[in-house]
Design a protein around this ligand. Structure first.
Ligand code: GDP
Ligand code: ZN
Length: 366
């Protein structure tokens, strides 16, 4: 089957993000009779996979179970067996992006939380004083995953007037170069259409502090009907009513939302390049320092310090940058280098996906 007809044959998966590129990646597995699908939930060695024929439960033991980075996770595209008891996931397709967090084990290892996320929605409440440092931390995490961050300023109805709101938006925009900043109100519905348009074309996750309004946003994006569909009969149910909690749901206006408890409380982990993107203006200034390894402490010819003196760069920004860099270095020092190399390879090597798929296949069946 050509990969174009492969795409068409499974077009029922389009609301879950199935596209021609995934069909191309899946193509090597089609001759084995395997089915493409997207993982909507994982649970102790089992996962629920949305296929064109509906949800199937599958065992993940086949996919290198001893490496926490290489376990199947919500958002993965997989090749699953058409049947069997148990039915196995044979492999996952190379990830476009991934959210990872550190585990509290002695050997600090990453844990994969969600894969193939396009938009990271960072919810920030306008009901409390803006904490720009916290916004920066979530943005670092978002950039590091490979997803495009979007800051959503929630509870805009609680801001007394339009001028104040405009100021708040501007403050966050200055803190977040390259990131759309959208004020929304779940109460009045303001801004929700813009948000729907921004996240409509891909897979999104919700990040942010507890109380920031993530659940409320999820309900607004998904609509009541979709939340009810959470409890549905799975394709293997054969008349039994099995309920499936889904951590990945298709939004009625298009796009997919991944919402897992683990992701909500995620920390900063190996996000060095993410930190650089959050503070792109500082990194930009740093390129003009006299010394290329300038620490921007008290070196002569430091462009960063000059920008602070002239008022161009707020001192708070530099402090926040230093804090996140230090925090990141501590975490990185604890992290197994091999593992980090592997994470990078996993999704930064998009060009070699075909080979990766073949390696995966050989590896599993050798
Ligand atoms: P989460 O912990 O991030 O999931 O936050 P929730 O969605 O549970 O919201 C926390 C509180 O903020 C709840 O009491 C919500 O009713 C309230 N809230 C959420 N969105 C809005 C909004 O747009 N306007 C107002 N006034 N309150 C909101
Ligand atoms: Zn400098």
């Amino acid at each position: 089957m050509s990969s174009t007809s492969l795409f068409t044959a499974h077009s029922a998966l389009a609301p879950y993000g199935w596209d021609q590129a995934w069909a191309d990646q899946f193509a090597p597995y089609a001759p084995e009779g395997l089915l493409p699908g997207r993982v909507i939930r994982v649970d102790r060695g089992q996962c629920d996979v949305m296929t064109a024929a509906g949800v199937v439960r599958a065992d993940t033991a086949f996919v290198t179970p001893h490496d926490p980075m290489r376990v199947v996770c919500t958002g993965d595209w997989v090749a699953v067996e058409p049947g069997g008891n148990p039915r196995y996931v044979r492999t996952y397709l190379p990830r476009r992006t991934a959210f990872v967090r550190s585990t509290s084990s002695k050997r600090s290892e990453g844990q994969i939380l969600a894969a193939n996320v396009d938009h990271a929605i960072v919810a920030v409440s306008l009901a409390v004083e803006l904490d720009l440092g916290r916004v920066e931390r979530f943005l670092a995490l978002a950039w590091e995953s490979g997803a495009q961050p979007v800051v959503v300023l929630t509870k805009a109805d609680l801001v007394p007037d339009a001028a104040t709101l405009a100021h708040l938006v501007q403050d966050v925009e200055t803190t977040a170069p390259g990131v759309p900043v959208l004020p929304v109100s779940a109460v009045g519905g303001d801004g929700l259409d813009v948000l729907r348009a921004v996240v409509g074309g891909g897979t999104s996750v919700l990040l942010g502090q507890s109380g920031a309004g993530k659940s409320t946003l999820a309900n607004a994006l998904l609509g009541a009907e979709v939340m009810d569909v959470q409890a549905t009969r799975d394709a293997d149910g054969k008349g039994r009513h099995t309920t499936t909690t889904r951590n990945l749901l298709a939004m009625p206006g298009g796009g997919v939302l991944i919402d897992t408890p683990g992701l909500r409380g995620v920390g900063l982990w190996d996000a060095e390049s993410g930190v650089g993107q959050v503070f792109s203006e500082i990194e930009e200034l740093g390129r003009r320092c006299r010394f290329h390894d300038c620490a921007h402490e008290r070196e002569p010819g430091c462009a960063v310090l000059a920008a602070i003196d002239s008022g161009e760069l707020p001192h708070r920004r530099l402090e926040s940058y230093r804090k996140l860099i230090r925090e990141n270095q501590r975490i990185v020092a604890k992290t197994d280098a091999r593992l980090r190399a592997e994470i990078r390879r996993d999704w930064k090597r998009k060009g070699a996906e075909g080979k990766a798929a073949m390696d995966a296949k050989r590896g599993r069946w050798a």
